[in-house]
Design a protein around this ligand. Structure first.
Ligand SMILES: [Zn+2]
Length: 346
């Protein structure tokens, strides 16, 4: 494949060196932290502050977290910094919904380029600041979410052949996002919360096209999500099948995130670790959400589960997904600091 003829981004050598030494720490959930800020519609659109943002959209923007990189960049940079100071080596850009497909819900398709560049710059600024403070290398992962559509499953039970999105729609949308994430200073690209592997394959394809344009290959992290107790992704794959579907991308890590919490994730992680020849990354939710959609699992509880992943030699990178705070990340970093990273089989 053409992408493998490109020179590697310099971050790869730094990431590899750090990953040889220890289990690397990924940050926690931005969404939960943003909620605690209690931002209003005016805060989201930036219409009350100094940032004049001509959004050209008549949709309400409250809840459009990705937009905050443009309208509240200082707040986003501060949240990144909290995770970095808690021990994160790698932080994810706040761009989970930064595609034209996901932003269509807010009528902000035209802003996609700007909000991804801004999202990457917020994370870059925080990472550079943290690295200057203590000298430890920090990395910005340009985060690419699954979008809210599935390329391999029909949303209409009466029309199983129907698709709300095609591979090429996704390829184009992901390409636009990834090029902007690279422009904003990302060190690597993280394709995450994959429930439909065909969406992820479109993102991988788009990433390779963007790397070819940039003349450099960035490391890839690829993370699936197991959405039900039977241990399959929404598109019906086991962890083994998922690995074989993405192995061609030769990712820096493959792994699992989100969904049912660390305890439920462990058997699937064990299976993935048994087949994958890349490093493994796992970042579970803080347990299962309660009836109000809130996460009750405390930092020590989540960390105790992650400590088990580490003790069993299953992980190279770990952190937290939904409901995890800087305190969770601090506790996780603390419990894995003396554990050896999983051995990578060539
Ligand atoms: Zn999650």
């Amino acid at each position: 494949m053409q992408a493998f003829k490109l020179p590697d981004h310099p971050s790869l050598a730094r990431l590899r060196a750090a990953a040889e030494e220890r289990i690397l720490i990924l940050d926690g959930a931005m969404g939960t932290m943003i909620q605690t800020l209690g931002l209003s519609e005016e805060d989201f659109t930036g219409s009350s502050g100094g940032h004049s943002c001509h959004l050209h959209s008549d949709h309400a923007q409250k809840g459009n977290n990705d937009l905050l990189a443009l309208t509240q960049p200082d707040a986003i940079e501060d949240l990144h910094l909290q995770f970095l100071r808690a021990g994160a080596d790698i932080i994810e850009t706040n761009t989970f919904s930064g595609t034209t497909i996901a932003q269509a819900d807010y009528g902000l398709e035209e802003k996609v380029h700007d909000l991804n560049v801004a999202g990457a710059r917020c994370a870059r600024a925080a990472a550079d600041r943290a690295e200057a403070e203590d000298g430890r290398p920090r990395f910005v992962a340009g985060a690419v979410g699954p979008t809210n559509r599935t390329a391999s499953i029909s949303p209409d039970v009466n029309d199983p052949g129907f698709r709300a999105v095609t591979f090429d729609d996704l390829r184009v949308a992901y390409g636009q996002q990834i090029r902007a994430l690279i422009e904003g200073g990302s060190d690597l690209i993280l394709i995450e919360t994959i429930f439909d592997t065909l969406n992820a394959k479109a993102a991988i394809f788009a990433a390779f096209e963007a790397f070819a344009e940039a003349g450099q290959r960035l490391p890839l992290m690829i993370s699936g999500t197991i959405t039900d107790a039977s241990g399959r992704t929404l598109s019906g794959q086991t962890p083994t099948a998922f690995w074989h579907s993405v192995a061609h991308a030769r990712p820096f890590t493959v792994g699992l995130n989100c969904a049912l919490g660390a305890e439920a994730m462990r058997p699937h992680l064990t299976e993935l670790s048994g087949v994958a020849t890349s490093r493994i990354c796992a970042y579970p939710n803080a347990g299962l959400p309660n009836a109000f959609g809130e996460y009750d699992e405390g930092p020590d509880e989540t960390a105790a589960q992650v400590a088990r992943f580490a003790a069993e030699g299953l992980i190279n990178v770990t952190g937290g997904c939904c409901g995890t705070t800087p305190e969770h990340i601090r506790a996780i970093a603390d419990v894995v600091k003396d554990s050896a990273p999983r051995e990578v089989r060539a």
